[in-house]
Ligand binder design. Structure first.
Ligand SMILES: [Zn+2]
Length: 730
């Protein structure tokens, strides 16, 4: 079973001692029995779950009257599941099981309960109903689950014991109505099996969360339905589309289905493939609420609720603080998807994403206020570019629930020159943070001796605060990247300012060759990935990491240079800055080789020809006498040899220009300015001792002698292949 504990709210200390901890539920089986004779209902549910990395008392929720609690076959008192406020505030309490369970252990919790209207705060356009009518023996039931984002505890937990929305699991509802001769119909987006008269089972797949399950029960003779079939181009299949309403609503189902079919095709082709199997179901009556591949709606809200099967219930929020995303983007889409409205930071800050992990409400401002945030992001790109970025985000997050930070990282990495404005926009209009005062000053070291000054005159091309790992393993030692697999960018960010950074982002980029004069922002943006963080106080440091997707890792033998830039409200690099001119910028031009005695290694690097630049080798004393040279990138390349000054001539195959430690030579190349690639070659002497190592720098100086670029090559001498240690042959 896969778990997502990193998406869960953190363990929370309990006022009476102990700690409330998240659990990961794998299955929920619930049986709700509606007794028409007694006009009462009862629930019996069973949860299979594992405890997370922290031992403690499990967190879940149920907004019904508990009559029985059985943990792993042993009965507990009904008082063992009290409602506790872990930080979400009034109405957002959760149940905390009064049993301390070990981390990583698996359990089964069975709960019996009387079913009535949920004891949850009111709200939403189509609230839950549980209404009996008619005479004894022919009673009629109207029951709907009535979920809403706009009040806490109004998802699955309002009827069935369930987890907060970060957790995914299979759900099976069995529903029975006894004691009536009236035939009822169950409308659902789940896989429906009719087990008998007024007796159904509904199954939901393992990607379901607490906000997935649409269920509506009414007497069959009070309902109308129509069905059609729609071919979805991106999903590559034809789905059944079913629309229901009541006999008295007057809603034109044929017209609704025609609209719905067009919107489903439009969303599937513009956003990405439909995720919810081979059906879409809508119950048209009042309000509007989205479910996975279904909705309750009116003719007026149907388009909005359909869009949610991609945004909100296709790509799903990991927590309620992330619930603003789908309403904001949906409203931007409702408004035509073309609005441009530049951020005005003189306007009051707006909080759409609470920093309270136990928050359980989507703010009302998420709709129009959230749509304005997207209009502000469109102003630093364009509406079509933003729409394409959002579709890319959809396709990249079908398997894993999304957070606000994940969305910001996606946009900041890819949007280009507008990235700093997106960071500011999230700071002010999504997290709702005030402008910092005093301001933070974030930086990465250019060298172990760098103490944070914006200007740094020392070695800057091998930042110790920027490194690569083969896995998301938390390691702090740079590894040469491996082609054909995901690698990970890491950066250590420090704050030397007097004020805290409430929020920051780091953008990572890779340049194919070890180019030497990278400039903000054009060499950094758009980047490959970004990683964000919160609340970095004065004097503090933190490590962030981001995935470097396999498809973007260059092939083996290609020498990459890594760039990182840290962005925060009131602290960003100045345009045109080089890495040594601004603390927010860092680069790593380090290649790592294991070499045998007598072997020559080559490192391609880029530079700007036609400028007055000189190249120079700096080597530690133990390797200073090795042979260093520059070579053209390929036979036939034209370069102006500094040894044979004056004319441009083709370089002969294998032609080399010797370099010696501390002795600069003019860069070779064409006299016209332009990007040039050359090769830095190092030959290890045949008598070099295995185990010997050193970092050799090739630095570029401008006409004033200032260092303007560099690449570092770390060499370790190993035993020649095939050389057998004689002592092992005994
Ligand atoms: Zn909505």
């Amino acid at each position: 079973m896969t778990t997502n504990f990193d998406l869960a709210p953190p363990p929370a200390a309990l006022a009476g001692g102990g700690v409330a901890v998240p659990i990961d539920i794998s299955t929920i089986d619930a049986h709700l029995t509606f007794d028409a004779a007694a006009q009462a209902a009862h629930g019996a549910a069973s949860l299979a779950f594992v405890v997370g990395p922290t031992a403690g008392r499990p967190v879940f929720d149920l907004r019904q009257t508990v009559t029985q609690v059985v943990l792993d076959g042993s009965a507990l008192p009904v008082t063992a599941v009290p409602l506790v406020d872990l930080g979400g505030g009034p109405g957002a309490e959760v149940r905390v099981l009064d049993a301390v369970l070990d981390s990583g252990t698996g359990h089964t919790l069975a709960v019996g309960y009387d079913v009535g209207l949920p004891a949850s705060p009111p709200g939403g356009g189509y609230p839950p109903h549980l209404v009996w009518s008619g005479p004894a023996g022919a009673r009629r039931l109207q029951w709907n689950v009535g979920f809403t984002d706009l009040a806490p505890a109004r998802y699955l937990e309002s009827w069935v014991p369930a987890n907060l929305i970060w957790d995914q699991y299979t759900v099976t509802w069995e529903v029975t109505i006894t004691g009536t001769t009236v035939a009822h119909t169950l409308i659902t987006n789940g896989a429906l099996t009719t087990l008998g008269p007024n007796h159904w089972s509904v199954a939901f797949p393992s990607r379901s969360t607490a906000l997935s399950t649409l269920i509506e029960v009414r007497p069959a003779d009070e309902l109308l339905s129509q069905t059609t079939h729609v071919a979805l181009p991106a999903a590559g299949r034809t789905i059944t589309v079913q629309a229901w309403t009541t006999t008295s609503s007057g809603i034109d189902l044929a017209a609704a289905l025609a609209d719905l079919s067009a919107w489903l095709v439009e969303d599937d082709s513009q956003i990405g493939p439909y995720l919810h199997g081979d059906r879409f179901v809508t119950f048209l009556l009042q309000g509007g609420m989205e479910y996975d591949g279904g909705c309750t709606a009116t003719r007026g809200t149907l388009r909005h609720e359909t869009f949610h099967s991609w945004w909100g219930r296709g790509v799903k929020p990991a927590g309620q603080p992330d619930g603003w995303i789908d309403e904001a983007w949906n409203t931007y889409h409702d408004n035509g998807g073309a609005t441009v409205d530049p951020f005005n930071f003189a306007e009051p800050a707006q909080t759409l994403c609470s920093r309270e992990p136990y928050s359980r409400i989507t703010p009302g401002a998420s709709y129009s206020g959230g749509a304005r945030v997207f209009a502000g992001i469109a102003a630093v790109s364009s509406p079509p570019a933003l729409t394409a970025l959002m579709s890319g985000f959809y396709s990249a997050h079908l398997d894993r629930l999304i957070t606000t930070l994940t969305l910001e990282e996606h946009l900041v990495a890819r949007i280009g020159a507008g990235a700093p404005d997106v960071v500011d926009g999230f700071h002010h209009f999504i997290y709702g943070f005030a402008d910092p005062s005093p301001i933070p000053d974030l930086w990465l070291r250019d060298d172990p001796g760098h103490t944070g000054s914006e200007q740094w005159t020392g070695r800057f091309w091998d930042s110790p605060d920027l490194w690569i790992r083969h896995a998301d393993d938390g390691g702090t030692v740079h590894q040469a990247p491996v082609a054909g697999q995901d690698n990970w960018f890491y950066a250590r960010i420090r704050n030397r300012g007097a004020g805290a950074a409430r929020h920051f982002m780091v953008v990572f980029n890779v340049r194919q060759y070890s180019g030497v004069e990278f400039v903000w922002p054009s060499d950094y943006l758009p980047g490959i990935a970004a990683a964000g963080g919160f609340d970095l106080g004065p004097g503090q440091e933190v490590i962030v990491r981001a995935r470097w997707p396999a498809a973007l890792v260059p092939p083996a033998g290609t020498h990459a240079c890594w760039l990182a830039a840290v962005l925060s409200r009131a602290d960003r690099p100045v345009a045109g800055a080089h890495v040594w001119e601004h603390g927010n910028l860092a680069q790593k031009n380090l290649t790592i080789h294991r070499v045998q005695p007598g072997q020559t290694i080559t490192v391609p690097f880029g530079y700007l020809a036609g400028l007055a630049r000189r190249l120079e080798v700096h080597a530690p004393v133990q390797v200073r006498q090795w042979a260093f040279s520059l070579r053209p990138r390929s036979p036939g390349s034209q370069w102006r040899s500094p040894v044979i000054e004056g004319s441009t001539r083709p370089a002969s195959p294998g032609r080399t220009m010797p370099l010696a430690h501390g002795q600069p030579v003019p860069v070779p190349g064409p006299q016209a300015p332009g990007s040039t690639v050359a090769v830095f070659a190092i030959t290890v002497p045949a008598d070099a001792t295995p185990g010997m190592s050193g970092v050799i720098d090739l630095v570029a100086r401008d006409e004033r002698g200032s260092v303007v670029g560099g690449i570092a090559v770390e060499l370790t001498v190993v035993k020649p292949t095939g050389q057998i240690d004689e002592r092992l042959r005994q």
